[in-house]
Design a protein around this ligand. Sequence first.
Ligand code: 6R9
Length: 680
Amino acid sequence: MSDVRVKFNLANEGDGLDEDVFLPPAPLLAGAHCSGLQSYHDLYRTSINDPDEFWRTVASELHFEQGTSKGLEYNFDAKAGGVYCKFMDGAKTNISYNCLERNIKRGLGDKIAYIFEGNEPTDVSTWTYKELHAQVVQFSAVLRSHGVKRGDVVALYLPMIPELAVAMLACARIGAMHSVVFAGFSAESLAARVVDARCRVLVTADGVFRGAKPIGLKSIADAAVVLASQEDVKVEAVIMVEHLKRVTKPDGVELPKADYTSITFVYETEMEKCVGVDSPVEWMDSESPLFLLYTSGSTGKPKGIQHTTAGYMTYAYATTKYTFDAKDDDVYWCTADCGWITGHSYLLYGPLMNGLKGIWYEGVPTYPTPSRMWDVTDKYGVTKLYTSPTAARALMALGNKWLESTSRQTLKVIGTVGEPINPAAWMWLYKKVGLSNVSIVDTYWQTETGGHMITCLPGATPMKPGAAAMPFFGASPVLLDAEGRVIEGPGEGSLCFDRAWPGMMRGIYGDEQRFVKTYFAPFNGYYFTGDGARRDEDGYLWITGRVDDLMNVSGHLLSTAEIESALVAHEKVAEAAVVAAPHDIKGSFPYAFVTLNVGEKINDKLVAELKKMVREKIGALAVPDVIQEAPGLPKTRSGKVTRRILRKIAEGSESGIGDTTTLVDESVIKQLISGRSARA
Ligand code: 6R9
C-alpha cells in the first residue's frame, strides 16, 4: 500500500500551510471507538464542557461495588488553599477485580490474558484470565499471611517475569500499595525507596538474564535490606521467586548465587501453602491509595508519586481503549518495563481492564538478534505495539536487514512514549516497520498524569511526524509564557494543564509541600509538567523537552542533581555539574563536569571510580558517558551554575554560548572548551 500522504491544513483550509500529514489507514478509521476527526472534536468538547457526564459514561463500563453521584472535584489554586483532586468520591471499587473477576464474569475467563515470552525465545507460557486470577488470589493470601494489610506499602524489586504482574494485582486486591522498583536500580536506590515508604515486605527474584548477561538480583535486594536497617527500617520478609531455576540458560554462563537469609521466603513454597486459601477482594474507597511509583525530582531526591483507585483506574481504562483503539481480537504488546509508569498503565492495568490478550516480554529488543521484536510480532500476530523512540532508533541504526525475515503485516497501531520522537525514527516506524499501513500514536504523558495527556487517536487524528498532536479527552493543555500569561494560538511556552483529570497523581508520598511546590506553585492555578511545548497553526502540540533540571536518557527521567550528589560523594571531587548532551540513540546522555580538590588530576582510574559511584548510588542508567575535569564552573554572581553554557560546551556548539558577562569568571569557559577538545 502506498503512503496516505496529503497536503493538509486542519484549521484554516487553503491558507497556504504546506506540510506533510499522514491520514489514519481507512480500515482503522472504519470501526474505531473514535472514528474520524469530527467525532474526536465532538467527544473532546463533551469531555471538557461536561466532564462528569463524560467520565460517568466511561466509568459505567467498569465495576463499582458502590456508586456515587460525585464526579471530578478539584482545586488547582495553591494560593487559595489546599490543592486537591477527587474523583467519584464515596464510591467503592477495586482495580484488581476490574482486571480479573469482571472479565471472567463477562465470559473472558478462558481468554489468554498474557503470553509471557521469556528472555530465551523458547521460554514461553500462556495464562488465561482465570489462571492469572487464581495466582493473584493465592499470592494475595501469601501477602496477608505475612501481615500485609490495607494501606501498607510492598516493595516489588522484580524483573519482567509473570510474578511481577501477579504481585502487583495481589497488592491491589487487598488494598496494599505496590511500589515497583526497576530491577536495574542499585541497592542504594532500592533502599531509599524501601525507607521512604517504610516497606516491611520486599518481593524479588534470585536473578534474571538480560540478554546473555546474568544479574544477581537477590544479592542487591539483600544489600538494600541492610542499608534500610541502618535507617531503622526493618524489612521482615523478602519473598524470592526462584526464577533462575526454571529458565533456559545461555551456554557457558555461571549463575549468580542467591543467599537464603533468615528473612528469605521462597515464592513457590509460600504459594503452595496458600492453595485454596480464601482471600477476598477489599472494596476500596475511590480515593484510597493504589500505588507509589518513584520518579526523579529536580532536587535530587526521588518523589514517591501517589495514585489513587477510581480515577487512575478509569483513566487507564479509557486511554487504553481510545489511544490503542482496543478491540477484542487484538494482540497487544507494550514493551515497557513495569518499573516505569508505562508498564503500570499500559502493560498491566489498562490492557487487562480492556480484556485484551497481551504479550509480556522479559528480555531486551536485541536478543538473541535485533530481529527479536519483529519475530515476536509475527509469532503472535501483534496488532498494537507500544514502544519507545529509543528502541526504534537503536533498531533503526542496526539496519533494515533485521526487518527482512519478518512480515509485521498484522500491525495496525504503533505507539511511542517517553521522549519526543524525531521525524526520522517516526518515518522508520511508519514506513519500514508498519509498511505505511498503520497509525502511529506518539503519546505524551508522565508518571504524574497516570495516563496519556496528548496523543493522536489511531482512527481519528491525521498524523504529523514528531508531533504529540491533540489532547486526550478531559485533558486541557495550556502554554504559558515566562510571566505566566496564556499563549493563545501558535507559539511556544511551558506546558501546563488548567484543570484536573481523573488519572492525575494525588500527592508525593509523605511530602505534601513538595507536591504543591513542584507542580502548582510555578504557575498558580495550573498543573505544571516541567516540559516545554509548541503549538503550530493547526493546533498540534509538539513537545520540546524538559525545562527543569531533569534530563531524559533513553526515555527515562534522571535528575541532574541526583547524579551530581553521587559524584561529589567521592573524596576527590569538590564540585560537579551534570548536563544533558545530545545522543543519536538515547536522545541525550549525562555529561559531567567535575572540579577536583586541589592537587588532584583526572585520570582513567578516577573516571572509572566516579562511574562506579554513580552506578552504585543510582543505577547503570545514570552513569555519565563523559566525565570532564573542570578547573572551575561558570557561575553567576549569585552563585548559580549556568547550565545553559555547560550544555553548549557539552554539545560542542561554543558559538551559541551567548552572553557571559554576568559570570564571575569568564575565563573558565575557554578552559572548559579546550578541555573538551583535548578529551575529544
Ligand atoms: C510516560 C513517561 C515523563 C517525561 C515527560 C516528558 C517525557 C514522555 C513523551 C515525552 C515528548 C512524548 N515524555 N512522553 N516527551 N513526547 N511522547 O515517560 O513518564 O517517566 O514520568 O517521564 O517524559 O519530558 O515529562 P515519565
